[in-house]
Design a protein around this ligand. Sequence first.
Ligand code: GLN
Length: 295
Amino acid sequence: MNKVWTVLEVLRWTSDHFNRQGIDNPRRDAELLVGTALALDRVGVYVNFDRPLVEKELGRIRGLVARRAKREPLQYILGETEFWSLPFRVTPAVLIPRPETEILVEEALKRASADAAILDLGTGSGAVAVALAHELPEAAVTAFDISAEALTIAAANAHRNGVGERIRFVEHNFGTPFPGDFDLILSNPPYVAAEELADLMPEVRNHEPHLALSGGADGLDAVRAILRTAPLSLRFSGWLLLEVGQGQAELVETMLTKAGFTETFQRRDYADIPRVVGGRKAWRAEAERGSPRRA
Ligand code: GLN
């Protein structure tokens, strides 16, 4: 009476179901979720196509498929993602690291000396801080976040990637100066403008932390806070690098210049969107010459 489902049949059904829900990459997500429910990797799924499934297995698959169909991000369901080719644990307390944020890491690596003192503002899952500590074994990395829950995840990710002893995690916010004298300060701050929040994909809008996304009315609240505080913790000639949203790069570059930064630059991501903006804190003499702007 009850139909016996094979792995392949369940994959086809799930993939069609996801497709109808408007989910990107329906077949990939189906394979990863069915694999997770059956404790099989992707090759394991392929070689078991004809295997009939017992009710308990179907129950586990249904549970995961229902979550994804409600547009819960795949990475939260799996509890894991990859950034900079390293594994990261992710929960709804942290933004899922995006591939374009690897550009921020690349630009930092071009400018950081091997033993640099680096500060990551709003570290979330710890992706940027962990990638940098991993690439720069002599560097002293500090990372802060306003969310204690995020810091727990970030610390776990640092340990998992072998850099747990090399990153100092602190509960702190963008608006308060952070004590220290860093060579490089960087951030992927929340930068989505209020009216754009509603247009984000349901995965992002309904499941990722708004604390990590929402940058206030024009999206630049966190950037303004950072430009008030970060220069106080940056040594002269040190670099400040920021990830920005689509269409924000010009304005943020101007803000950096006004805040006394020189050698400002923009770097585009793989979708050709200017994604990282940076500049160098002017030498003391230049900073003093530039200061009457306050008037
Ligand atoms: N790039 C993110 C997005 O997909 C936004 C991340 C952020 O605000 N820092 O919307």
